[in-house]
Design a protein around this ligand. Structure first.
Ligand SMILES: [Zn+2]
Length: 139
């Protein structure tokens, strides 16, 4: 029988702030490289009112900056989208909320570190199926 807490046992090599091979774990940094997170709600043009309702429910819970509701692809985003900017310290709450309240919308979330290509490739969290982004602008 699997020990219940086994999955969450602290890894002493990580707790010390360095991996075994000498590379430093991000937790050892005194300041996170993440400025904030973006949560981009994706929708088709006919779903924009639904997306507005999801965004309104989220920002009723936590007052967060909501961008323009684009009906067409903009930037790297393949469909209509709206950007919600989430402070680092609030992202855990927002991620949990989105996990069960996204109303069927796909949400593309990513860290913002200033490295746009990495932020849109490696630093991503999808709620719902992932979609291809237009990354050419970042190279
Ligand atoms: Zn973004």
């Amino acid at each position: 029988m699997r020990e219940k807490r086994g999955l969450y046992r602290p890894n002493p090599e990580l707790e010390g702030g360095a991996l075994a091979n000498g590379r430093h774990y991000i937790g050892s940094m005194s300041k996170s490289p993440i400025r904030d997170f973006h949560a981009h709600l994706y929708y088709d043009p006919g779903e924009v009112d639904h997306a507005r309702a999801v965004a309104a429910a989220l920002t009723e819970r936590w007052p967060l900056p909501v961008g323009h509701f684009h009906l067409r692809p903009v930037g790297p985003h393949p469909r209509g989208s709206v950007q919600i900017t989430v402070p680092v310290e609030r992202f855990g709450d927002v991620a949990q909320w989105l996990a069960i309240n996204r109303g069927g919308l796909t949400v593309f979330a990513h860290a913002s570190t200033g490295d746009d290509l990495a932020d849109h490739t490696n630093h991503v969290i999808w709620f719902g199926p992932s979609e291809p982004l237009s990354l050419g602008m970042f190279s």
